[in-house]
Design a protein around this ligand. Structure first.
Ligand code: NAD
Ligand code: ZN
Ligand code: ZN
Length: 344
């Protein structure tokens, strides 16, 4: 049997513009489905992938995209958990082994044999994609395909990161970086009863944070952000860092009060200096967090289904993908850009 010809945005070479062209997908294998893509969010991770920013790189040619929402068109052998016509999505955690110490202990996001959507496996920047039905997102009935797409990565990532801060209702959390991830983080935090201080380097992003419920905003380019956060909150109980500049990581450590927890989710290449004395004397916890499990994703989608979060989205055609990446590099996107395949 031959595969399916699709129209996709393809990375042929790191750092070069993506090519919108024909691309061939294989037939869906065991536990896989062929999905007609309706929409796909554009995550900054897709830009890191196309630039080859990280130590473990994908192999061109490949199709990025891991916030794809679509309709099951065909299923491979042994698929019993979804049917043709179901609304489902892909994810960064495209699949995992299911039997290692991480998979067996609720940490499938750390599985060393995982596959990643739009990275090690072709993703959703095409009019069709393949998913592993055991790991694909179940998109709630009645969801707006444009609004729900960013929940599949940005939403679940910040939802999980907020849980990992262990902050309780009424406590302060700083969200630093109010982009695709951060503007949704503000909303989950508010829904969880946390008090939010938003930090970014752009006033437009901070306006968006206010609209979504941040009580305090700090422009780190205009004022000393550590002093400003302490003045407004007395030091936060927690921080979630989604910013795409390494400088934000060192600053975040300064935002918390004693005993605070700082969760890193942004992934700019590079390092930052960390103050040993402060970390020890203030008893800080610093941890990384990577997307979320299938259960986290179902919970994150449930917040959306109950109307507790509303991603700010702008629809664009696939042909605009290189312009969208330019806007993302320049920090010019409000909320999330979502590619809309339904317009063609
Ligand atoms: P984005 O481009 O939409 O947003 C990035 C934001 O960071 C922008 O608002 C920008 O103004 C802000 N920023 C830049 N420099 C800053 C600074 N010095 N201080 C404060 N804010 C600053 O990107 P996104 O899609 O939200 O992704 C953010 C990062 O998170 C990327 O590195 C991405 O790869 C990573 N990511 C991680 C996970 C995970 O599971 N850990 C999941 C998804 C994305
Ligand atoms: Zn992502
Ligand atoms: Zn595993």
């Amino acid at each position: 049997m031959t595969g399916t010809n699709i129209r996709a945005a393809i990375v042929r070479e790191f750092g070069a513009p993506l090519e919108v062209d024909q691309y061939e997908l294989p037939e869906p294998g065991p536990h896989q489905a062929l999905v007609r893509v309706l929409t796909s969010g554009v995550c900054h991770t897709d830009l890191h992938a196309a630039e080859g920013d990280w130590p473990v790189k994908p192999s061109p040619p490949f199709v990025p995209g891991h916030e794809g929402v679509g309709i099951v068109e065909a299923v491979g052998p042994d698929v019993t958990d979804v049917q043709v016509g179901d609304l489902i999505g892909n994810a960064w955690l495209w699949s995992a082994c299911g039997e290692c110490e991480y998979c067996e202990s609720g940490w499938e996001t750390l599985c060393e044999a995982q596959q990643n959507g739009g990275y090690s496996v072709d993703g959703s920047f095409g009019d069709h994609m393949i998913v592993d039905t055991r790991y694909a997102a179940r998109v709630p009935e009645g969801a707006d395909p444009l609004e729900v797409a960013p929940v599949l990565c940005a939403g679940v990532t910040v939802y999980k990161a907020l849980k990992r801060t262990e902050a309780r209702p009424g406590q302060w959390v700083a969200i630093t970086g109010i982009g695709g991830l951060g503007h949704i983080a503000v909303q989950y935090a508010v829904a969880m009863g946390l008090r939010v201080v938003a930090v970014d380097v752009s006033d437009e992003k901070l306006e968006l944070a206010k609209k979504h419920g941040a009580e305090v905003t700090v422009n780190a380019r205009e004022v000393d952000p550590i002093a400003a956060v302490h003045e407004a909150t007395g030091g936060t109980h927690a921080v979630v860092v989604t910013a795409v500049h390494p400088a934000a990581f060192g600053q975040a450590i300064g935002f918390t009060r004693r005993g605070g927890t700082i969760v890193f989710v942004g992934l700019p290449p590079g390092d930052f200096p960390a103050p040993i004395f402060d970390i020890v004397l203030k008893g800080l916890t610093i941890r990384g967090s990577i997307v979320g499990t299938r259960r986290d994703l179902a919970e994150a989608l449930d917040f959306y289904a109950r109307g507790l979060i509303h991603p700010t989205v702008t629809a664009r055609p696939l042909e605009d993908i290189n312009a969208v990446f330019d806007e993302m590099r320049a920090g010019k996107i409000d909320g999330r850009v979502v590619v809309d395949f339904r317009e063609n």
